[in-house]
Design a protein around this ligand. Structure first.
Ligand code: G3H
Ligand code: ZN
Length: 284
C-alpha cells in the first residue's frame, strides 16, 4: 500500500472515537521500530518528520526509507511534515511526496495565522494533501520550535471556530496544557476547554507534546475528541535508555547493530503501548 492522505486516517478515527499516533522519525531505527509496531497491532499510522529530522536524515533518505517501509505494508500510513514553518518548506515536502503537512503559524497574530494557513490549504488541497494547523501556542521545545512557558497560549474556543471556517484545515492542533519535550512538573490538561472546542468543531483535533502526559489523561482526551496524538520525546527516551543500559552492562560494545537493534525493539514496545492507549489497535 502506498501513502494515504492523513485526512482519510483521521476521518475514520473521528467517526469511531479513537486516536492515531503521530509518531516522529529521527533515523532508520525509529522508522522501523514504529512501523513494525503498527503492523503488529494492525493500527493505522501517521509517520511524521520535523524540519530538524529532515535536515538530519536528508530529504531523499526520508522519502525513500518511508517508501521502502510502506511498500508491502497492509496498514494505512500517512507521511506528515511536523511543525512546518513556511510555505516554501511545505511546498518542498508536497513536491517530494508527503501526503500531509502541518503549517505551524502559531507564532503569528490570529489574523496572520489565518491568512498564511489559508494559502497553504489552497495549495495542498489542490493536490490532495492534508493540512494540520495550530491555534494557540504550545509551550516547550521540539527541534527549532522553542516556546517559553510564559509565552504559551491556550486555544480560545471562539477563535477555533472562526479559524477553521476561514482556513478550511483538516485537523487542528490545540493548546490545552501540554508542552513539547520533558515536563518540569505534571502537565494539567484543561478538559473544559477541550470540551468547548470539540462541541463547536466536529473535526479531528490534535494533541501535541503527549510524551509526559499520564496515560489516563491521554485516554480521557481521546474520549473527548482528540484524534491524533503526537509523541516524540518518549520514544527518544526509550531508545537512549536501552543504549545506556547496554553500555552499562558492557562498556566494550562497538558494533552499532548490537545496541541500535535492541534500542529499535525498545521503541517498538513503547509504540505498541501507546497504540493500546489511543485505541487504534485493529483499526487498520
Ligand atoms: O509535534 C510533535 C510532538 O508534539 C511531540 O511532542 O516530543 O513532547 O512528545 P513530544
Ligand atoms: Zn508538536
Amino acid at each position: 500500500m502506498g501513502l494515504v492522505p492523513m485526512a482519510d486516517i483521521l476521518e475514520k478515527a473521528n467517526d469511531e472515537y479513537y486516536a492515531v499516533g503521530g509518531f516522529n522519525i529521527n533515523n532508520m531505527e525509529f522508522l522501523q521500530g514504529i512501523i513494525w509496531a503498527a503492523e503488529e497491532t494492525n493500527s493505522p499510522l501517521i509517520l511524521q518528520a520535523s524540519e530538524g529530522a529532515i535536515k538530519y536524515i536528508g530529504m531523499d533518505y526520508v522519502i525513500n526509507m518511508v517508501k521502502a517501509a510502506v511498500r508491502d505494508t497492509h496498514i494505512p500510513v500517512a507521511l506528515h511534515l511536523d511543525h512546518g514553518s513556511s510555505y516554501e518548506v511545505i511546498m518542498r515536502c508536497i513536491r517530494e511526496g508527503f501526503s500531509s503537512v502541518m503549517y505551524d503559524g502559531s507564532k503569528y497574530p490570529f489574523k496572520q495565522n489565518i491568512r498564511l494557513t489559508k494559502e497553504v490549504v489552497k495549495a495542498a488541497h489542490s493536490v490532495g494533501v492534508t493540512v494540520e494547523a495550530e491555534l494557540g501556542k504550545i509551550g516547550g521545545t521540539e527541534d527549532d520550535v522553542d516556546v517559553d512557558e510564559k509565552d504559551a497560549k491556550f486555544t480560545k474556543p471562539e477563535e477555533a471556530e472562526e479559524f477553521v471556517e476561514k482556513t478550511g484545515v483538516d485537523a487542528l492542533a490545540i493548546a490545552i496544557g501540554t508542552a513539547h519535550g520533558v515536563y518540569k512538573g505534571d502537565p494539567e490538561l484543561d478538559f473544559d476547554r477541550l470540551e468547548k472546542i470539540n462541541s463547536s468543531l466536529n473535526m479531528p483535533l490534535v494533541l501535541h507534546g503527549a510524551s509526559g502526559v499520564p496515560d489516563e489523561d491521554v485516554r480521557k482526551a481521546v474520549s473527548m475528541g482528540i484524534n491524533k496524538v503526537n509523541v516524540n520525546t518518549a520514544f527518544q527516551q526509550a531508545f537512549t535508555a536501552k543504549i545506556k543500559e547496554l553500555f552499562d552492562k558492557d562498556p566494550e560494545l562497538y558494533d552499532p547493530r548490537k545496541y541500535c537493534g535492541p534500542a529499535r525493539d525498545a521503541i517498538s514496545e513503547a509504540v505498541k503501548e501507546k497504540i493500546e492507549i489511543l485505541g487504534s489497535k485493529n483499526r487498520a
